[in-house]
Design a protein around this ligand. Sequence first.
Ligand code: SAH
Ligand code: SF4
Ligand code: F3S
Length: 470
Amino acid sequence: MALNNTMKQSSFTIKTFGCQMNVRDSEIMAQLLAEKGYVESMEMEDADVVILNTCSIRAKAEQKAMSMLGALRKAKRRRPGMKICVAGCVAQQEGQELCQRMDHVDLVIGTQNLYELAGLLEGIDGTSKVAISMSDSYEIPAFIPAMPKLISQGELQDTSPARSFRKFLTIMQGCNNYCTYCVVPYTRGREISRKVNDIIEEAHVLVEAGVQEITLLGQNVNSYGRTNPVTAEGNEYSFAQLLRDVAAIEGLKRLRFTTSNPKDLSLDLMRCFSEIEILCPQFHLPVQSGSNIVLSKMNRKYTRELYLQKVAELRSFRPDIALSTDVIVGFPGETDADFEQTMEILEEVRFHSSFSFKYSDRPGTRSADFDEKVDEQVKSERLSRFQKRQDQICLEQNSLYVGKILPVMIEKVTEDGLVARTVTNHIVHVKEKITCSPGDIVNVTIHHAGQHSLNGRIDSTNQYQGYSHD
Ligand code: SAH
Ligand code: SF4
Ligand code: F3S
């Protein structure tokens, strides 16, 4: 449908909460709107269309989005023409109820309805609309990304140049694992893999537009291709194959992926780390708990022994691999002894970094009904003990890079130097001015390590020494 000139001037803003998948979904929504003639507004209060792309993983994440939504009530009173749309995992879970609680919301759009956004917005007539479907036969539509330079990227408000040379590429939607604490299988539906050709085409478009680094996204990438046919011929095709095929695209400099459930981590995938040159030696492998009793209650389907075995195998393929993890403390029934086992895992693996959370009851999940909920105070104490020790380990691990020459990709050129990233995903600050652009790769000598970043100097010899921690 042709749009009149007034529609073409409509502006939108998207606020993103939650994981990288939501970041990518926000980009897709932005592109869909840009294709219809909408322009992006940096100021939420001034936009004609405000989209909150929400996350429901923990109560806190949901509250953040809800309080922003509450604040928008005032803005809408001032500008009644403003259209307010709630997308993402909270939208999917709450649907109609959200409109009842928040009558200033114009559209609630589900995670499988993302691509209908532009049409749904056109149909808004002053009454709240709800577009939520959740089908087991959902297929991720073929979708060609806009050239990264045409619309701003990332969290949209994030105009850093880094966004145009590092991109996320979603390869799967949903999850079939049903960990007992997790809302994702309910908010994103069953696991579905995108077609190989669509993924490769998207990667090509990105690389041709100047993207240097791609991160493949899925809740459990290692089961890519297992739940539905992904090739035109319907033959078997694995995540490891996908990595090889994407890595073969000429011009791509770095390849990463996230996330992977340890139970499905195959030797074939591990082998990729010794075979694919551009695959960054960095692996996010969420352990959640070090106690077998807790892991079993979480329905994670692996033991601490299996986890440790996978870590050892991974390191045998790529000794310099930087491991990160997710941990939940205070899962229902977690005793002091269980928690100590999580602390032990920390000592045994020595993660380069970790994300740790207090367990939070989520509606519809099985663990919400479990007995023996852990006291908030105990959860806080455990979290702080975990984080304190992890911080020390981060520093110890980072110190091993001091004196090494590492290739880094420039993210930002600042007033007094550069911000860059190593293959292991460490941020490096360089206080030197050289002629370079974001996306360029230069060698730096690391001279100082902090808990969360490194400091380096441009290496004039240009002799990269490899990454090993010897
Ligand atoms: N697919 C990934 C995890 C995605 S959710 C995986 O399987 O590992 C990101 C992280 O949020 C999880 O790893 C977990 O540590 C945390 N998380 C999920 N549900 C949670 C809950 N109910 N309470 C606290 N943390 C939770
Ligand atoms: Fe959630 Fe578990 Fe699926 Fe990860 S694997 S998204 S934690 S259900
Ligand atoms: Fe949050 Fe949904 Fe991602 S719950 S973590 S936005 S899949």
